[in-house]
Design a protein around this ligand. Structure first.
Ligand code: IDP
Ligand code: MG
Length: 147
């Protein structure tokens, strides 16, 4: 069982498609174990995107993710990290396959609707950046036996 961080980025809320995007994760079978609306601080955004610090688009990236509220979610399930990445689709807008979130909704790589952690270490680190332990809720769903 894994947990991963999902961020519905500012463009997602501004475009009014949050419900549809949340629904894709739910329909897949991933369980939402934490969720909140947040205006991310520059500090938390810089920490979150630390691996991209040297990239030319870093300033733009931090500016974008802090420009307007986001929805932060932790989702849980078997292989949740890779499952969530698959649902999101490729990073480059032109490479994102139809059927994925980015393939269906994204024209430009810099405004790509959704973030999902790329591995177990980053998932742990990113979740801890945005959520206190007590904000993550463990519960069972009766439907899990059917998923
Ligand atoms: P990911 O979101 O698919 O994990 P990363 O390579 O980790 O992609 O990049 C983080 C974010 O930085 C991307 O989601 C995208 O918003 C932005 N980004 C990545 N590459 C570029 C680029 O070449 N130009 C502008 N923004 C980019
Ligand atoms: Mg990434």
């Amino acid at each position: 069982m894994e947990r991963t961080l999902v961020i519905l980025k500012p463009d997602c809320l501004q475009r009014g498609i949050s419900g549809e995007i949340i629904s894709r994760f739910e329909k897949k079978g991933l369980k939402i174990v934490a969720m909140k609306l947040s205006l991310i601080s520059k500090e938390k955004a810089s920490y979150h995107y630390d691996e991209h610090k040297a990239k030319p688009f870093f300033g733009e990236l931090v500016g974008f993710i802090t420009s307007s509220p986001v929805i932060l979610m932790v989702v849980e399930g078997d292989d949740a990290i890779k499952m969530a990445r698959k649902l999101s689709g490729a990073t480059k807008a032109i490479d994102a396959e139809p059927g994925t979130i980015r393939g269906d909704f994204v024209m430009h790589t810099g405004q790509n609707v959704v973030h999902t952690s790329d591995g177990p270490e980053s998932a742990k680190r990113e979740i801890e950046n945005f959520f206190a332990k007590e904000e993550i809720i463990e519960y069972t769903r009766n439907i899990d036996q059917w998923i």
